[in-house]
Design a protein around this ligand. Structure first.
Ligand code: C2E
Ligand code: CA
Ligand code: CA
Length: 577
């Protein structure tokens, strides 16, 4: 620029100031405005005449702290400049983002400040749009798969630090393809939005609902203390679908299949958590839809009917839907009937016969087990009396008692009452108590068992070998029998470990003068093996599958059409000798 003289230079600088596409502001050393350029006037809406001599505080958006501004000026003073993004306010009150640089100028012993900035609001909007496109689903506005993965990673990491659990639900709309086919894409989209709204109502504030694609959604449930909380939210979501979806364009029922995994139990990191919840969702789908599955726990399925399980469990008692099935137990050597075990069934009006594994747990959780358990004991005893009155000499009936019942129930008086009312001798009733209870609550169970034993009823330890038994404890319990857990009988006699365990249990029991029953005997080979090791009694499908006993008649006990009692057994006239 050396060919320019001073005045030409000044004119050129002035023109640059006037025409720059950046906003410029010059302030004196007291930071009072002495000049602004036209671009400044255009962007901020303030004319030079309005701001001359003022400090630029009029531009404050109110979104930055005093400390933030002080930091800027400190940097300008110390280093001569500052650059960064800040938010400011136009004269009309509108906020805008600017990229600002402030420089300190020295002229003639005076300090001036030059602020240059550009309005980057549009760029910000654009960035935001790009971010949204990359991270949010355009139909529902929910985080998409991308953002979902990011959030899941973050939540899992945080839960790891805080020692919390994170639940993950993968939700799939059942038969959505047919919805699209019948309603068309646009209406199906509308329905999806409705579904999202309903799912939302079941979530807590910090839960994250995401759309992974098509009809697949995910819910991240941070901060859980128990896995059960995840299944109860899943249950709520299923229930929220139970009423019809209506709009101008449709009237439809929708069901969902939900898979659940919980960090850290069923997913050690975000990747596994997602994979496992996916697997569980797949199982929910192939298992009949309209249900949730907890990864790894196949028992915890819930169909809509089962949602009502607790209520209907309560009603089942009143409606007398519980039934006892009786499985014979025979003497190994003589093949004669020694006792029957009463096994509970729920004869559900819609679902059919339901095995106890599906509802005992819930009954225990809700306390309904007390009433059910009392009914079982009374029913078994009254059936016992009916058999004997009807000419079937039943030696003994065994009843299962759950740990919960033992701990809280007035079992003693119920048992004593049932025996008395049915004119039974105490030894004609056996109670089966699982090993884990007897062993874990030694002192407690000892007291209970001694009381019951004092009545004269027989006591057996059920599922023996599956828990942690200590011989010393076993010796102290007032019991008569051990029932070898079915898992050891299953692989007998080909699995040498199973054989060895069964051998040891029988030998140990005999040395303690206890009887041994093997349960789950399904084959002649198993029977022969057990005979060889002198197991006292046998029970299992080899002798009888379970038959329901409702009507009292010697014809239907056992049911020969089922070919289940081997011919050498004649349970119709069991004798005690
Ligand atoms: P458990 O006491 O071990 O009962 C034996 C289970 O083994 C029964 O299952 C029976 O059907 C089954 N079983 C018998 N023989 C064979 C066989 O040869 N092969 C195979 N694979 N299985 C066989 P169930 O009736 O489904 O009962 C399951 C569990 O539910 C019982 O296990 C018991 O713990 C509980 N339970 C049953 N009835 C009652 C009850 O009245 N009260 C309580 N608290 N629990 C009950
Ligand atoms: Ca049992
Ligand atoms: Ca058992």
């Amino acid at each position: 620029m050396d060919h320019l003289n001073l005045s030409e230079k000044l004119r050129l600088y002035a023109e640059a100031f006037e025409k720059a596409l950046e906003c410029m502001l010059i302030a004196d050393e007291n930071r009072r405005v002495i000049a602004v350029n036209p671009e400044f006037e255009r962007v901020t809406g303030y004319m030079l005449s309005e701001v001359l001599g003022k400090r630029p505080g009029f531009l404050d958006s109110g979104n930055h702290s005093l400390r933030f501004y002080r930091g800027i000026w400190r940097s300008v003073r110390d280093t001569g400049s500052w650059q960064g993004e800040i938010q400011s306010k136009r004269k009309n009150g509108e906020l805008y983002s600017e990229w600002l640089s402030i420089s300190q100028l020295h002229e003639n012993g005076h300090i001036y400040y030059l602020a240059v900035f550009s309005d980057i609001t549009h760029r910000k909007d654009y960035e935001r749009t790009l971010y949204a496109l990359a991270n949010y689903d355009t139909l529902t506005g929910l985080p998409n798969r991308n953002l979902f993965s990011e959030i899941l990673e973050k939540e899992v990491a945080e839960a790891g630090r805080k020692n919390e659990k994170v639940g993950l639900l993968i939700i799939d709309v059942d038969r959505f393809k047919s919805v699209v086919m019948t309603l068309g894409h646009t209406t199906a989209d509308e329905l999806l939005i409705d579904i999202v709204h309903r799912i939302r109502t079941c979530l807590r504030r910090h839960d994250v609902l995401a759309r992974l694609g098509g009809d697949e959604f995910a819910v991240i449930l941070p901060g859980l203390t128990e896995s059960r909380e995840a299944s109860s939210i899943a249950r709520e979501i299923l229930a929220a679908m139970s009423h019809v979806f209506t709009s101008r364009n449709y009237e439809r029922y929708v069901t969902l299949s939900i898979g659940i995994a919980v960090y850290p139990e069923t997913g050690i990191d975000a990747k596994f958590l997602h994979k496992n919840a996916d697997t569980a969702a797949y199982k929910a789908k192939t298992g009949g839809r309209n249900q949730f599955r907890m990864f790894g726990f196949d028992m915890h399925t819930a169909t809509l009917e089962q949602l009502l399980l607790e209520d209907s469990l309560r009603a089942a008692l009143a409606r007398k839907e519980f039934k006892l099935y009786y499985q014979p137990i025979v003497n190994t050597n003589s093949g004669k009937l020694t006792r029957v075990e009463a096994l509970l069934r729920w004869d559900h009006p819609d679902l059919g016969i339901i095995a106890p594994d599906y509802f005992i747990h819930l009954a225990e959780e809700t306390g309904l087990i007390f009433q059910i358990g009392e009914w079982v004991i009374r029913e078994a005893c009254s059936q016992f009396r009916a058999w004997n009155k009807g000419g079937i000499l039943m030696p003994n009936v065994s009843v299962n008692v759950s740990a919960v019942q033992l701990r809280k129930m007035n079992l003693f008086s119920i048992v004593a009452g049932a025996i008395r009312e049915n004119s039974m001798k105490p030894f004609e009733l056996d109670l089966e108590i699982t090993e884990s209870f007897a062993m874990q609550n030694m002192e407690l169970s000892l007291g209970f068992l001694e009381d019951l034993g004092g009545l004269g009823v027989g006591l057996s330890i059920d599922d023996f070998g599956s828990g942690y038994s200590s011989l010393a404890y076993l010796k102290r319990l007032p019991i008569q029998r051990l029932k070898i857990d079915r898992s050891f009988i299953k692989d007998m006699p080909d699995d040498r470990d199973s054989n060895a365990i069964a051998d040891a249990i029988v030998a140990m029991a005999h040395s303690l003068e206890l009887g041994v029953i093997a349960e789950g005997v399904e084959s002649a080979r198993q029977m022969e093996y057990l005979k060889g090791i002198h197991c006292d009694e046998l029970q299992g499908f080899y002798f009888a599958r379970l038959r329901r006993r409702t009507k009292l008649s010697s014809q239907n006990f056992p049911d020969r059409s089922e070919r289940l009692w081997p011919l050498h057994l004649d349970p119709l006239r069991p004798t005690l000798n």
